[in-house]
Ligand binder design. Structure first.
Ligand SMILES: Nc1ncnc2c1ncn2[C@@H]1O[C@H](COP(=O)(O)OP(=O)(O)OP(=O)(O)O)[C@@H](O)[C@H]1O
Length: 212
């Protein structure tokens, strides 16, 4: 699904990640790593938000740096601590993302219902709690038909029922062929998801811990 070749990422002169040669197969992947290890940096690179050196390919055909439009259509990113302009409503963002991503009819409604976001979408996001912001960010991340969805720290601020609903959506989309990368800075297990592999960001690289 993802192939790294001679990849490296630095901030100014400070190296953060180096992945000389690695293939991450399709599936649901859980990426662990301590605070500051480089998980968010990896996701921002994959989401096309940060420059890097080397090559990253998606599904063997989309070279992320060389095909930015196809890249952004193919990968969607749910941020760890999402922030939106305070005056905009959740519904306006959902409408915008649904249009830009050509989301199938009814998909936004299904996602908002599943994640318990329908009631507050008409309100301006400046009035949202951190959990409401996270639910909105998940609705936006699932919109459209990307082949890879990146969810950075998806468990933080969500109540137990919403975490279960999110697991349900991940499995539903996985059955339809979507891959997922999920991160956590906590060393927790994920018994409720059929994980393809667990990875660790450590010593400035990404290493496989376990795989099915
Ligand atoms: N914009 C930036 N400029 C300079 N250094 C940065 C920048 N963003 C992140 N870093 C550095 O890169 C390293 C990796 O940070 P990153 O946010 O990717 O870690 P993380 O694994 O997501 O951490 P956490 O679990 O705390 O969210 C850290 O040393 C951090 O200080």
């Amino acid at each position: 699904m993802l192939t790294f070749q001679g990849f490296s990422k630095s901030y100014a002169q400070a190296p953060v990640l180096e992945i000389p040669e690695l293939t991450v197969p399709a599936g649901i992947h859980w990426i662990k790593g301590r605070n500051g290890s480089g998980k968010t940096t990896l996701f921002k690179v994959l989401a096309g938000l940060l420059p890097y050196k080397g090559d990253i390919f998606l599904d063997g055909r989309v070279a992320l740096a060389q095909q930015p439009v196809l890249h952004r259509q193919s990968i969607s990113f749910g941020e760890a601590e999402p922030l939106y302009p305070a005056f905009i409503t959740g519904q306006e963002l959902v409408n915008l993302f649904a249009k830009a991503r050509q989301a199938p009819e009814g998909q936004a409604h299904h996602l908002a219902e599943a994640l318990g976001a329908t009631a507050f979408l008409p309100k301006a996001t400046g009035a949202y709690s951190s959990g409401m912001l996270k639910k909105l960010s998940l609705v936006l991340a699932f919109l459209g038909e990307p082949s890879l969805i990146l969810l950075d720290e998806p468990l933080i601020t969500l109540d137990t029922a919403t975490v279960q609903a999110m697991y349900g959506l991940i499995q539903e989309r996985h059955r339809q062929g979507t891959s997922f990368l999920l991160t956590s800075h906590q060393d927790i297990e994920m018994p409720d998801l059929p994980l393809t592999a667990t990875w660790l960001v450590q010593h400035q690289t990404l290493s496989l811990v376990t795989s099915r």
